[in-house]
Design a protein around this ligand. Structure first.
Ligand SMILES: Nc1nc2c(ncn2[C@@H]2O[C@H](COP(=O)(O)OP(=O)(O)OP(=O)(O)O)[C@@H](O)[C@H]2O)c(=O)[nH]1
Length: 721
C-alpha cells in the first residue's frame, strides 16, 4: 500500500515536471524572437506560458517554467534584467492566484505596484538606454505584461474543461456571473484593443518610414550629384588652369590670383616648379616669393609629377598656409617644350560642401573619404573634420528599410539616426542622417494616446459588462428572494423590473404558475390531513370508550373501576361523606341461559344495565360489570339510610320490570340479590377489602333466599375507631 502511494506521488511529480518544462520550452522558443515594434522596443509574448503555468501549478514549478522562458529573452536581449522583472511577476501572480485572485487582476496589480517602478529602475541602471526612452519603455512593459496575461486568460477560458486537472495545485475560483463576465470582457478588450493599437501604430510607422525612406534616398541622390559637380568643377578648374598656365612667375601669380578670386571654394592656391618649390600662391599675401617654400614631400605634388595627371587627395589638414581641413586638387602645368614645369594646386575648403545645398536643417550630412576619415559633417553630429568615422551601424539600409546607426561621438546630442549612404564617384561616402528621436517620439506619442484610449475603452467595457450582468443577475436575485419567501405568508409573486430579459420574465411566470399549483396541492393535502385527523380522533375516542366499557352492556369494566375507585374514596375522605359499594347478581341466571338461550341471557343483562342506569342516574354514580352476570355499583355521597332505601327500591324495580322477552314473546322477569357496604374513605385504601366485604354480604343475600338486599353500615365502626 505504502509503495503504491509513493508510486502515485512520483507519477504526479513527473507529470508536473513535464508540464512545467514543456511550457517553459515553448516560452523559451517564443522569447528567442521578441516581436520588434520599432527601435529597440519589442513585444514579449513567450511569457504567456508563465501565466498558464501559474493558473494550475504551485510556486516551484512556475518558477522553473519562468526560468526556462526568460532564458530565451536573456539570449535575445543579452542582459539578465528579464529574470528579475518576469521572475518576480511569476512569483507574485502565483501567490496571489493561490489567495483567490484572477491572474489578470494579479498581473495588473503586479505591474502597477512593482513591475513598472522596477522597469524604470532597470532601464536606467542596468540597460544602456537613453533616459528619454524610460517612460515609454515602462508603460510599454506594463501593457505588454497585461497583453500576454489576457491572452493566457482567454486561452485558459477556451481550454477544454478539466485541462491539466489532475496536476492542479491552485484552488478552483468560485465567482458569480458578474465577476466572471467582467473578467472575460477585461481580458478580451485588452487583447483586442492592444492588438488593434499595435497594428494601427505599426501601419502608421510603416507609412512614415516609407516617406522618410523616399526623402532620404532623394536627398542623397541630389546632394551626391551636387558634391560630385562641385568636386569635378574644381578639378576642371585646376586641370584647365594647369594646361594654360603662363610660364613666368609674375604671370603665374596674376593668373593664380584671378583663379582664386573666381573660385572661392579654394582656400588657397599655389604653383610650384618641378622641384616642388612654391613659385606663386593665392591669396598673394600668403607668399611674396622672398622665402623658399617646398611642397616636394606632399602627395599632391609627387603623384602629379609621377603620373602627369590631375590628382585629388583625401581630406587632410592644411600645413603650408593654414590649418584648415582641405582636399588638395592638383594638376601639372607645362613649359614651352611641353615638359611638366611643376604643379598647380588648389586647397578645397571642405566646409563649403555643407553650404552648397539648401536642405532641411533637420537633415544632417557627413562625408567620409575612402580612409574613413570625416571630410565634413554637420555640426549637430559632433564629428570634426579629419576625425575617424566611428559609428555603430544598427541596421544597414536596404530598398525596403531605412538604415539605423548610432553615433559613437560623446559630443553628439542625439545618438541615433536614420541613415542613408551614397558612394560618390571618388569612392567617398555621403551619409544623410535624420535624427531618430523625433520620429520615435512621434511614435511614442501615438502609442501613448492609443494606450490612453485603450484604458478608457477598457473602463467603459468593464462598466458595461457590470451593467449587462446586472441586467441578468438582478432580476434573478429578486426572483430567488421571492421564491425563498414562499411559505412566509407570501402568496403573490411581485412583478420583476420592466427591463428584465424576456427569458427571466418567462421563468418568473413559470415559477409563479408552479408555485400556485404547489399551494393548491398543499391546501388539498391539508384538508385531507384535517379529515383524517378528525376520523382518527373519533376512532381514538371509540377505542378509549371500548377500553373502559363492557362491550355487551355498555357498563364500565373492571379497569375503569380500578382507576376511579381511589379518587371516589379520596373524595369521601375530603368531603366526610359516605361511599357505597354494592355487588348485584342476577338470581339463577344459569337457568335463564339454559332455558332461553344465551342471546336472551345477553338481552337480559343489557336490560338490567338499562334499569340500573335509570335508577342511579347521578353523574358520579358508577355502574361496573364486574363478572359474567355480576355488577358493581359505586355510589358516592350516599348515607346508609338512603343507600338502603334506594338499593332496595332497585331490587324491587328489577323484579317488576321485564328485562327482555323470550322467544315465545313472553316478558322475562328476573330478581337480583345485592350485597352492599356503606363506609367512609377510612374503611380501607385497598379496593379488594371493599369488594370482599360486599361479596360476603352478597353471599349472605343469596343464602337468605335471593331477591334480597344485605347492606352493612361501616361508617359507625370507623368513626368509633
Ligand atoms: N347469557 C349469558 N350468560 C352468561 C354471561 N356471563 C355469565 N353467564 C352465565 O351466567 C351463569 C351464572 O351462573 P351461576 O354463577 O352458577 O349462578 P346462577 O345460575 O345465577 O345462580 P345463583 O347466582 O346462585 O342464583 C352461567 O351459566 C354463565 O354461563 C353472559 O354474558 N351472557
Amino acid at each position: 500500500m505504502g509503495s503504491w502511494r509513493l508510486g502515485a506521488f512520483d507519477r504526479l511529480v513527473w507529470q508536473r515536471l513535464l508540464a512545467a518544462t514543456t511550457l517553459g520550452l515553448v516560452g523559451f522558443l517564443l522569447n528567442l524572437a521578441p516581436i520588434p515594434l520599432f527601435s529597440n522596443i519589442q513585444l514579449v509574448l513567450g511569457n504567456i506560458v508563465i501565466v498558464i503555468c501559474a493558473s494550475r501549478l504551485g510556486l516551484g514549478w512556475v518558477l522553473w517554467c519562468a526560468f526556462l522562458a526568460i532564458s530565451g529573452l536573456y539570449l535575445a536581449w543579452g542582459h539578465p534584467v528579464g529574470y528579475l522583472l518576469f521572475g518576480l511577476e511569476a512569483l507574485c501572480i502565483t501567490l496571489m492566484r493561490r489567495r483567490g485572485w484572477y491572474l489578470l487582476y494579479a498581473d495588473l496589480a503586479y505591474w502597477l505596484v512593482l513591475g513598472m517602478p522596477l522597469t524604470a529602475w532597470a532601464v536606467n541602471a542596468l540597460v544602456d538606454l537613453p533616459p528619454e526612452y524610460t517612460p515609454f519603455t515602462v508603460l510599454k512593459q506594463g501593457f505588454n505584461g497585461l497583453l500576454y496575461c489576457s491572452a493566457a486568460s482567454l486561452l485558459l477560458m477556451l481550454s477544454p474543461r478539466g485541462w491539466l486537472r489532475t496536476l492542479r495545485q491552485q484552488p478552483i475560483l468560485v465567482r458569480n456571473f458578474r465577476q466572471k463576465l467582467s473578467h472575460a470582457v477585461f481580458a478580451l478588450m485588452i487583447l483586442a484593443l492592444f492588438i488593434s493599437l499595435l497594428a494601427y501604430t505599426g501601419h502608421l510607422m510603416r507609412i512614415q518610414q516609407n516617406l522618410l525612406h523616399e526623402r532620404l534616398t532623394e536627398t542623397g541622390e541630389r546632394i551626391a550629384l551636387q558634391y560630385e559637380r562641385y568636386f569635378q568643377q574644381h578639378v576642371d578648374v585646376v586641370t584647365v588652369a594647369g594646361e594654360w598656365l603662363p610660364t613666368t612667375a609674375s604671370a603665374q601669380r596674376a593668373r593664380l590670383s584671378q583663379l582664386h578670386a573666381r573660385n572661392p571654394g579654394f582656400i588657397t592656391m599655389l604653383v610650384t616648379d618641378n622641384e616642388g618649390d612654391v613659385l606663386a600662391a593665392a591669396p598673394g599675401a600668403l607668399f611674396d616669393g622672398t622665402r623658399k617654400l617646398s611642397v616636394a614631400s606632399r602627395a599632391y605634388f609627387r603623384q602629379v609629377m609621377a603620373t602627369g595627371t590631375p590628382y585629388v587627395s583625401g581630406v587632410l589638414q592644411g600645413r603650408g598656409f593654414g590649418q584648415d581641413p582641405i582636399v588638395a586638387i592638383s594638376a601639372p602645368w607645362f613649359d614651352h617644350q611641353g615638359q611638366i614645369g611643376g604643379i598647380i594646386e588648389g586647397s578645397l575648403d571642405v566646409k563649403r560642401l555643407l553650404e552648397l545645398n539648401d536642405i532641411n536643417p533637420a537633415v544632417h550630412l557627413v562625408v567620409i573619404d575612402d580612409r574613413e576619415h570625416v571630410v565634413t559633417a554637420s555640426e549637430q553630429t559632433g564629428f570634426a573634420p579629419l576625425s575617424d568615422w566611428r559609428v555603430n551601424i544598427m541596421r544597414e539600409g536596404s530598398d525596403e528599410q531605412i538604415g539605423l546607426l548610432s553615433l559613437g561621438v560623446a559630443a553628439a546630442p542625439v545618438a541615433d539616426y536614420f541613415q542613408h549612404s551614397v558612394t560618390l564617384d571618388n569612392d567617398w561616402q555621403l551619409y544623410i542622417l535624420i535624427p531618430y528621436r523625433p520620429f520615435a517620439q512621434r511614435a511614442e506619442r501615438q502609442f501613448l494616446w492609443g494606450l490612453g484610449l485603450l484604458s478608457l475603452a477598457l473602463l467603459i467595457s468593464v462598466f458595461l459588462a457590470q451593467r449587462l450582468s446586472r441586467y441578468l443577475t438582478w432580476p434573478l436575485e429578486l426572483l430567488a428572494k421571492e421564491v425563498a419567501q414562499t411559505g412566509d405568508g407570501h402568496t403573490v409573486m411581485r412583478a420583476l423590473p420592466r427591463g428584465a430579459a424576456t427569458e427571466i420574465l418567462l421563468l418568473r411566470d413559470q415559477l409563479a404558475h408552479q408555485r400556485n399549483a404547489i399551494m393548491q396541492h398543499q391546501d388539498e393535502l391539508e384538508g385531507q390531513v384535517a379529515a383524517r385527523t378528525q376520523e382518527l380522533a373519533l376512532a381514538n375516542k371509540k377505542l378509549a370508550r371500548l377500553a373502559l366499557r363492557d362491550g355487551l352492556t355498555g357498563a364500565y369494566n373492571r379497569r375503569h373501576f380500578n382507576q376511579t375507585f381511589d379518587s371516589a374514596r379520596q373524595y369521601s375522605l375530603r368531603s366526610h361523606t359516605p361511599l357505597v359499594l354494592a355487588l348485584l347478581d342476577i338470581d339463577h341466571f344459569k337457568a335463564i341461559n339454559d332455558s332461553h338461550g344465551h342471546l336472551v341471557g345477553d338481552d337480559c343483562l343489557k336490560g338490567l344495565v338499562r334499569v340500573i342506569g335509570e335508577h342511579f342516574s347521578r353523574q358520579n354514580d358508577l355502574l361496573v360489570r364486574y363478572g359474567g352476570e355480576e355488577f358493581l355499583l359505586l355510589l358516592p355521597q350516599l348515607p346508609y339510610a338512603s343507600a338502603r332505601e334506594q338499593l332496595d327500591a332497585l331490587r324491587l324495580k328489577v323484579a317488576a320490570t321485564p328485562l327482555t322477552t323470550t322467544e315465545q314473546g313472553l316478558d322475562l322477569l328476573v330478581t337480583i340479590s345485592i350485597g352492599a357496604i356503606v363506609a367512609s374513605g377510612h374503611f380501607s385504601d385497598e379496593p379488594k377489602d371493599w369488594l370482599n366485604a360486599a361479596d360476603k354480604l352478597l353471599y349472605q343475600a343469596k343464602s337468605e333466599g335471593r331477591d334480597s338486599l344485605c347492606i352493612q353500615d361501616c361508617t359507625f365502626e370507623l368513626s368509633g375507631i
